[in-house]
Ligand binder design. Structure first.
Ligand SMILES: Nc1ncnc2c1ncn2[C@@H]1O[C@H](COP(=O)(O)OP(=O)(O)OP(=O)(O)O)[C@@H](O)[C@H]1O
Length: 303
């Protein structure tokens, strides 16, 4: 593996569906050996980005590379170094689990049976069961185990835990963490579940309407957002003047502010606007990301 080549790179990437701009001049370069989490509101362009990167879809502009190879010309050799797990966990329903494992083992030169066994061990799946008989969570487990056993250099996961119960989700994440820490793989993961991202991601990427809005380690992003509660006898400042404002509420006469990139000078700002007392507190990744996304979320369109 060439450690200097980004696992994923895009330059001025554009994808337009009629009047819809799914990806908007996106420039991205993701480091190898890390777990990158892509988050964004519904329709932000996450799945479209994956489809382009894997060569399933041609962009309307710009360029994309996966493992240094142009996405519109991925060779079978490069494809074999990329694992992909999507929310549907599409697998041949008529095959028995052991038959499917046999087929995959014969197709992948770097197949690691021990990895398959370790990962599938997190799920109650019998080798003799047909794929069609498995529950959604068990199918997710087989899909992840198959993908990791191929020893992919890059693993792309598109909402892999969607619809899984807590137990299946925990099993899936444990299997993923086990495989990534043992073998230092590169993972690009998209999910709406911030508790998962907090556990697995080294790098947080926020996409908004196909554009890059933010990229940093998740805890760095969370540390930049704070929740302030101020007691103000008056109406308080005009929201347009509040620096870094993400969300504002008035509850029982107290003013609540969720703000980004605001240091202690925010207390001075509140004092200047008549605050008698105030306190601030840290927020969770979930609150920080949701506040950030809600700020510019599309307003409902009247029917
Ligand atoms: N084949 C298509 N034809 C037309 N529009 C499409 C097509 N695929 C995606 N889109 C549009 O492109 C935008 C991005 O869709 P995409 O599926 O990439 O979003 P996403 O971030 O994965 O969303 P979600 O979190 O809801 O899965 C959406 O507005 C979607 O309606």
């Amino acid at each position: 593996m060439n450690t200097h080549v980004p696992i994923i790179r895009t330059e001025g990437l554009d994808m337009r569906f009629g009047s819809k701009q799914a990806i908007d001049k996106l420039d991205l370069a993701l480091e190898p050996g890390m777990t990158h989490a892509i988050v964004g509101a519904n329709g932000a362009g996450k799945s479209t980005l994956f489809r382009i990167l894997l060569g399933f879809m041609k962009p309307t502009g710009g360029r994309a590379w996966a493992l240094g190879c142009p996405s519109d010309a991925l060779t079978p050799e490069v494809r074999g170094r990329i694992g992909f797990v999507n929310e549907e966990h599409t697998l041949p329903t008529w095959m028995r689990v052991d038959e499917l494992v046999g087929v995959q083992r014969s197709q992948y030169a770097h197949w690691q049976q021990a990895t398959y066994d370790d990962v599938i061990g997190h799920f109650d799946v019998r080798a003799s069961q047909r794929i069609g008989e498995l529950s959604r969570g068990e199918r997710a487990g087989v899909n992840l185990a198959l993908s990791l056993a191929q020893s992919p250099e890059l693993l792309i996961l598109d909402e892999p835990t969607l619809g899984l119960d807590v137990v299946a989700k925990r099993a899936f994440l444990e299997a993923l963490l086990y495989a990534t820490t043992e073998q230092a793989r590169s993972v690009v993961y998209c999910s709406h579940q911030m508790d998962e991202i907090e556990r697995v991601a080294d790098n947080l990427i926020i996409l908004e309407r196909g554009s890059l809005r933010h990229m940093s380690p998740p805890d760095e992003f969370t540390a930049g957002v704070r929740y302030w509660i101020a007691e103000m006898p008056f109406r308080g400042p005009d929201p347009k003047l509040v620096p870094g404002l993400l969300q504002m509420q008035r509850i029982d006469g107290l003013h609540h502010y969720l703000v980004a990139d605001a240091d202690d000078s925010f207390a001075d700002f509140l004092t200047q606007h008549g605050a008698r007392s105030m306190h601030s507190m840290p927020v969770s990744l979930d609150q920080a990301v949701n506040g950030f996304l809600a700020q510019r979320h599309r307003a409902p369109v009247a029917a």
